[in-house]
Design a protein around this ligand. Structure first.
Ligand SMILES: [Zn+2]
Length: 134
């Protein structure tokens, strides 16, 4: 992670120049890195894991890591869609950012890293649950 990060950390032309790669979470005196900004449980509750000012290490693509907010759903969605509570939570969370930043793109992990099916086989497509998030 550090090898990938350091070249961007020292690059004056990128937004995160000299921006710390740090979660702000300390455990036993050491920084704990969080991959995601949010964790949504299957009952629809949200936990904030990482401040928006920090880069989440979440999608396997550094450029996307630096310009995205990562939401992890705490459930096995390989062969099912999230329940209504989770969908509503995701919608509210995404709306908040769309309102704040005017960014409307929603991408699943598999759309950035095609070697993964995350967040599950029913995310994409005409009837995919991604459509429920807009
Ligand atoms: Zn993933």
């Amino acid at each position: 992670m550090v090898n990938l990060y350091i070249k961007d950390f020292l690059n004056k032309d990128v937004e995160h120049y000299l921006r710390p790669l740090d979660s702000g979470h300390i455990r036993n005196g050491k920084t704990t890195f969080c991959a995601y900004h949010y964790l949504v449980d299957s009952n629809g509750t949200v936990k904030k894991l990482l401040s928006d000012k920090y880069i989440g290490w979440h999608c396997g693509n550094w450029e996307y890591n630096t310009k995205s907010i990562a939401i992890c759903i705490n459930d096995n969605l390989e062969n099912k869609s999230p329940n209504k509570k989770v969908i509503n939570t995701l919608k509210n969370l995404i709306r908040k950012y769309q309102y704040k930043t005017n960014i409307s793109q929603i991408l699943g992990h598999c759309e950035i890293k095609p070697t993964t099916t995350c967040p599950g086989k029913s995310f994409l497509g005409e009837k995919g649950w991604k459509n429920l998030l807009y």
